[in-house]
Design a protein. Structure first.
Length: 92
């Protein structure tokens, strides 16, 4: 997975928010006490599933007006952009 390229303060705020939602828990890294490791909770897995379903529905809605070749070309182009951006899975 690509490393997060965000400011430390934003990562901490995001981790705080996700922990407040019950989506993640934090544990000190036993090998480096300065580091915290985030783990996905059952609630986090549930939220991830909901987000994935919403993303698939939006994809279907956006792609509905494209024919097969146009949809395939868009999918390939987004895959290239995703890989360049270092997104997990490269978006295709």
């Amino acid at each position: 997975m690509a490393p997060l390229t965000t400011r430390r303060v934003r990562r901490i705020a995001l981790a705080d928010h996700l922990q407040g939602m019950g989506a993640v828990d934090r544990v000190r890294d036993p090998h480096d006490r300065r580091r915290q490791v985030l783990g996905l909770t059952d609630r986090g897995r549930e939220l991830l599933g909901e987000c994935a379903a919403a993303a698939r529905a939006l994809d279907d809605e956006l792609m509905a007006g494209l024919d097969g070749p146009s949809g395939a070309a868009l999918h390939r182009a987004l895959g290239v952009l995703g890989r360049r951006a270092g997104l997990p899975g490269g978006m295709g």
